[in-house]
Design a protein around this ligand. Structure first.
Ligand code: SF4
Length: 245
């Protein structure tokens, strides 16, 4: 295969818990780029790392998952080479993303530097023929199926699109008040609760989406009718850019 950008190497850190839609998009991306995407992993499944962390589920405040399943495999792969790491944070986002403590890994922010915003990214993907990932029909980011950065409505999306993965996510939760254990993916809520309340969660998300679109004054039909989901008000955070395609 002949690549589109000379000297560029593409790497994906696979936790083993990614969505099938993500793998499908990586395959499409490989074809488009004309280069293989190197798949890295930590050599151990999530269950192993959960045990190492005494059953404490990762959360926005304790993101051990990103470190052991994404950052360490990437840094090991890079070794001591001097590399430029291209980070896909857009000009309309106010965050830094993963910046390695290794001085040999130099962060680059091409979208920020060129003033590329969300609607521009959507246009680029549409124009290139690559399109947007299938998971955008129900989720605003890639990442692990159980990612705690999901909004409640995205958990409902997981339930409806991948009921087996929703059930698997439930099994990681531990609620044992007598032992002071309340390990859940969503702060203060179990996935059983999300399932029981799925219709009201969907209604609330739809109302928030409509209100946000009304405020957004879209300038193109794609922005108005594009399928990328609008983030709504129970968003638990910015997610981690190293995790998301
Ligand atoms: S996608 Fe979410 S759960 Fe997976 S490693 Fe990243 S932050 Fe952790």
């Amino acid at each position: 295969m002949k690549g589109k950008v000379a000297g560029m190497e593409y790497v994906f850190c696979d936790t083993g818990a990614e969505l099938r839609e993500t793998y499908a998009y990586l395959d499409r991306l490989e074809k488009y780029l004309g280069e293989p995407i190197v798949r890295l992993n930590s050599g151990k499944p999530f269950e192993y790392w959960l045990d190492v962390n005494s059953g404490y589920l990762p959360s926005p405040r304790a993101r051990w998952c990103t470190k052991v399943m994404k950052i360490v495999p990437f840094e090991n792969y890079v070794g001591d080479d001097i590399v430029h790491s291209y980070i896909g944070i857009r000009a309309d986002e106010n965050r830094e993303g993963y910046v390695s403590t290794k001085t040999s890994i130099i962060p680059k922010y091409p979208f920020k530097e060129d003033g590329i915003r969300k609607a521009d990214v959507m246009r680029i993907l549409e124009k290139s023929g690559l399109g947007i990932p299938e998971y955008y029909q129900w989720r605003s980011r890639s990442g692990c199926y159980f990612c705690f950065f999901q909004q409640k409505n995205e958990w409902v999306g997981l339930l409806e699109n991948h009921p087996d993965l929703f059930e698997r996510s439930k099994k990681f939760e531990k609620v044992e008040p007598s032992q002071g254990k309340y390990f859940t993916w969503v702060a203060g809520r179990t996935l059983d609760h999300i399932e029981e309340n799925k219709e009201s969660i969907k209604e609330k998300a739809e109302a928030a989406r409509a209100a946000k679109l009304a405020r957004a004054k879209p300038s193109t039909l794609f922005e108005l009718f594009g399928t990328a989901p609008v983030e709504v008000d129970d968003d638990p955070g910015d997610g981690c850019v190293v995790c998301h395609v």
